[in-house]
Design a protein around this ligand. Structure first.
Ligand code: DQA
Length: 153
């Protein structure tokens, strides 16, 4: 089985660190990439960590997950950011990718504005981690490692 986890980040997450730090914290996306990659390594996994401000690019990456070089991705961790609440296209891509999906958010979306309480991504996700800031990515990697272990056991 592939040892690669695709970790996808949606719009505005490239500005983490400067963007509304009271909500999202002061950790940059580059630092989160470092944390995620390191945590993946402890499980013998590799994190392919990406960010895009474009919905279509995220859809294309999800579509390509199974055929990712060399052996395809084993699972997807996704923080779709604002597209979480709007994108049927991302939901459809996740539903048809045939891989385990874990949804992550830095903030607790259920504590915030009502429009953030609905997630299209959740309908395709095994589970959701939100409200733990950057640490949520490490928790998501741990959860994915457990899912993959259970799959091969
Ligand atoms: C977010 C929550 C979303 O509502 C928001 O649009 C984001 C970030 C989070 O990580 O807390 O951009 O996904």
């Amino acid at each position: 089985m592939s040892r690669v986890i695709l970790v996808l980040n949606g719009p505005n997450l490239n500005t983490l660190g400067q963007r509304e730090p009271d909500i999202y914290g002061r950790t940059s996306l580059e630092d989160i990439k470092g944390l995620t990659t390191a945590r993946a390594k402890t499980h013998g996994l590799e994190a392919d960590f990406r960010q895009s401000n474009e919905e279509g690019e995220l859809v294309s990456w999800i579509q390509g997950a199974r055929t990712l070089s060399p052996g395809g991705a084993a699972g997807i961790v996704i923080n779709a950011a604002a597209y979480t609440h709007t994108s049927v296209a991302i939901l459809d891509a996740l539903l048809s990718c045939g891989l385990p999906v874990i949804e992550v958010h830095l903030s607790n979306i259920y504590k915030r504005e009502e429009f953030r309480h609905h997630s299209f991504v959740s309908k395709a996700a095994t589970g959701v981690i939100c409200g733990f800031g950057a640490q949520g990515y490490e928790l998501a990697v741990d959860a994915m490692a457990n899912l993959l272990k259970a799959k091969t056991a």
